[in-house]
Design a protein around this ligand. Structure first.
Ligand SMILES: Cc1ncc(COP(=O)(O)O)c(C=O)c1O
Length: 398
């Protein structure tokens, strides 16, 4: 039965990581994998998470099943984190959600849910988008089309072209937006641009589907949700996939939320029964541990304050790396204008070099990034910044 299966190439990022690990150069730098790293190159367990786990270990009384939606406490706390307490959609009792295995679980559940509502519906995704969006959404049955988003030649948004393309999108179609910290390009929509898109969604009737994987990594928990919240005030129906992997540092615990906003409470109840049925037919119910940690942090004032302080520290480190990088590239004499890196947000930016230059950085300098020249900013540090910038300057000149 399985003999005829051919082998697939390794995921490019995981393949890159394996080559990086095998590299014996002590100066090697990994800018491929999308996890936060501190100054020492570690991805630490947050103190607020450790404390929540300690409390859970003491207080937990059962491991009995929770159910396909996860706990009510988790869902309420996360809905408020994402939408902001008192959002009109929450007040109107139009929001339903389920705890999922990571943001990926949320994307997949929502895609299957949308495909139930309208089989093979079209979903428009940005060009470029996170590579895993394509299988997560497409394997659920949705048809994928793309809209222009980022111009590599000028390292800026192609907003006019985006709007022009999205003018043709109407009712029964979905448009995927990155809430903040766009992966892979780091270029986010301004508040004015969100306003334009919210008006288009309202007028044309398409359904926004917002992926929020980095809330708190850009400007702040609230500012990063600005566009999402505005959109949720403007349209009757919307989907949101939220991830707790990065902002809670819970990557391997697999925790996220699939949220839908409906026209009214009655359609919300019907929709939720379908959503939970999708979950039941997939993984039945989410793992509990990560969700319990998030719930404990968000519902305890002390833990929450500690978590927000740790999140701020991660964000500020990334932002100072961004300005440090621009400065050091200039100092190293790297050819080109890299100021765009300072304006962009979150974990990623495209350096804007060719695949050949990316290869040269890897072969001659042990600096690892994916072919598109997307770099994971948190892989840089005060220790490796000068080496990195000098290497880039040399490669750009050769
Ligand atoms: C844009 C985007 N969406 C969703 C995710 C989902 O991540 P996870 O499933 O690890 O929560 C990621 C993770 O890298 C991402 O970059």
């Amino acid at each position: 039965m399985f003999d005829h299966l051919s082998s697939l190439p390794a995921d490019p990022i995981l393949g890159l990581l394996a080559t990086y690990r095998a590299d014996e150069n002590p100066r090697k730098i990994d800018l491929g994998v999308g996890v936060y790293k501190d100054e020492a190159g570690h991805t630490p367990v947050l103190q607020a998470v450790k404390e929540a786990e300690t409390r859970l270990l003491r207080s937990e009384e059962t491991k009995a099943y929770v159910g396909p939606a996860g706990t009510a406490g988790f869902n309420t706390a996360m809905q408020e984190l994402v939408l902001g307490a008192g959002h009109p959609a929450l007040v109107g009792n139009r929001v339903r959600s389920a705890q999922t295995p990571g943001g990926c679980g949320a994307l997949r559940v929502l895609a299957e849910f949308a495909n139930r509502a309208k089989e093979h519906a079209t979903i428009w995704v940005s060009d470029p988008t996170w590579a895993n969006h394509v299988p997560l959404l497409g394997n659920a049955g949705l048809q994928i089309k793309s809209y222009p988003y980022y111009d590599r030649a000028t390292s800026s948004l192609k907003f006019d072209a985006m709007v022009e393309t999205l003018k043709q999108v109407g009712e029964g179609e979905l448009v995927l937006f990155h809430a903040c910290c766009h992966n892979p390009c780091g270029a986010d929509l301004s508040r004015e641009q969100w306003q334009v898109l919210a008006e288009m969604a309202q007028k044309q009737g398409f359904t926004p589907f917002i992926d929020m994987a980095y809330q708190g990594f850009g400007d702040s928990l609230d500012a990063d949700a600005y566009g999402l919240r505005l959109m949720a005030e403007s349209v009757p129906e919307m989907l949101v996939a939220a991830s707790c992997s990065k902002n809670f540092g819970l990557y391997r615990e697999r925790v996220g939320m699939a949220m839908a906003i409906y026209r009214d409470a009655d359609s919300a109840d019907r929709g939720q029964s379908q959503m939970l049925n999708v979950v039941r037919g997939n993984y039945s119910m989410p793992p509990n541990h990560g969700g319990a940690i998030v719930e404990a942090i968000l519902t305890d004032a002390g833990l929450r304050a500690n978590w927000e302080a740790e999140l701020t520290e991660m964000r500020e480190r990334i932002n100072s790396l961004r300005s440090g990088l621009v400065e050091s590239l200039e100092k190293a004499g790297a050819v080109g204008d890299f100021h765009f890196i300072q304006q962009q947000k979150g974990m990623f930016s495209f350096l804007g070099i060719t695949p050949e230059q990316v290869q040269k950085l890897q072969q001659d300098y042990s600096i690892y990034m994916v072919d598109s020249s997307r770099i994971s900013i948190a892989g840089l540090s005060r220790n490796n910044m000068d080496y990195f910038c000098a290497s880039v300057a040399e490669v750009l000149e050769s």
